[in-house]
Design a protein around this ligand. Structure first.
Ligand code: PYC
Length: 317
């Protein structure tokens, strides 16, 4: 078995978007050979899984961090590509992460104010950066896939919810008797993880058998300017500290399909930490395009080292 090769160092910029951390790789990661974003996502797993783990897991990271590997663009007009990944594997898209990428590109002087296009494995997304730093993400087309799906969840009971695509696959349902607040995250995680496991056991999937790897629970808002508050369980078992960009997109697509959110109408989604994404929808032909607005703050620019003598250089866990 060949030993995984580590570069001497990897340079990163850390930020958080409405509370949820993103670590953007800005240098040191070996070049990917693939020429499409979908193939780059696969290559990240087949050739560089040891680097994914080393960058986001302890002792350099922790479970909630989403990594973002910048790549050359694949489409004319795009500034760059990005493959997002977390503690268990790659993501298709990441809304909070994309806002973090834009803040990082601004720090590096690669974007100023105005529009930037970024290629992702889920498609090309656009973002508009205001002089205040506020970012408006134009996400990939989103849609309700199946509504009022019932699932029997051991320890929870029968749960009814929707399945939707917002750049990742989501099961969305109301939470009863449990406030979606950060202080209740252990119980919320337990309930959402039980739902996710039941979906898998009962063969309930997204389109073409796609695994539903995000579970989104909704409850009443605590802020007067929000319509709803959510808890989002991410694939690696951690919860999103932001309202989740792809999750907010999936939610708005569901509301629109049920006649509860008109095109252009604002949807303010609060997270379990009390942060907020402002969202709305536009139609493009027969597709529904979500817009998600939020802020990212750069917290560090760091060099990661991988000492060959370090027993945890490939990450812990
Ligand atoms: O903001 O789309 C998002 C996201 C997905 C997983 C964590 N954040």
């Amino acid at each position: 078995m060949p030993q995984p090769v580590f570069p001497p160092f990897i340079e990163v910029v850390d930020s958080h978007t409405e509370g949820e951390p993103t670590r953007v790789i800005i240098g040191g990661w070996p070049d990917l050979a693939s020429t499409t974003m979908v193939d780059r996502r696969s290559e990240l797993m087949t050739r560089f899984d040891h680097l994914r783990r080393a960058v986001v897991l302890e002792p350099r990271g922790f479970e909630a961090i989403v990594g973002a590997l910048l790549t050359p663009p694949v489409n004319e007009g795009s500034t760059c590509g990005v493959v997002f990944f977390n503690n268990v594997g790659p993501l298709w898209m990441c809304g909070h992460g994309l806002i973090g990428v834009v803040a990082t590109l601004a720090l590096l002087g690669r974007v100023d104010t105005g529009t930037v296009c970024v290629d992702t494995p889920a498609g090309t997304v656009k973002a508009e950066r205001a002089s205040s730093g506020l970012v408006t993400l134009q996400n990939v087309p989103s849609r309700l896939f199946a509504s009022n799906v019932e699932v029997d969840v051991p320890g929870v009971g029968r749960v009814r919810g929707d399945i939707a695509w917002g750049g990742n696959w989501f099961f969305l349902t109301e939470v009863h008797g449990l406030e979606p607040d950060f202080t209740r995250r252990a119980e919320l995680t337990q309930a959402a993880a039980a739902i996710k496991a039941a979906l898998k056991t009962q063969g309930i999937t997204g389109e073409k058998g796609a695994e539903i790897d995000h579970v989104e629970l909704f409850g009443p808002p605590s802020r007067p300017d929000a319509q709803s508050r959510n808890f989002v369980l991410c694939p690696g078992g951690e919860c999103d500290r932001s309202p989740c960009g792809t999750g907010t997109s999936a939610k708005m697509a569901c509301l629109h399909a049920k006649g509860k959110l008109a095109l252009g109408e604002v949807w303010n989604q609060e997270s379990l930490t009390g942060s907020l994404f402002r969202g709305w929808l536009e139609a493009k032909g027969d597709q529904i395009i979500p817009y998600v607005q939020g802020r990212a703050f750069v917290t560090a620019r760091t060099t990661l080292f991988f000492d060959p003598a370090d027993p945890f250089r490939a990450g812990l866990g």
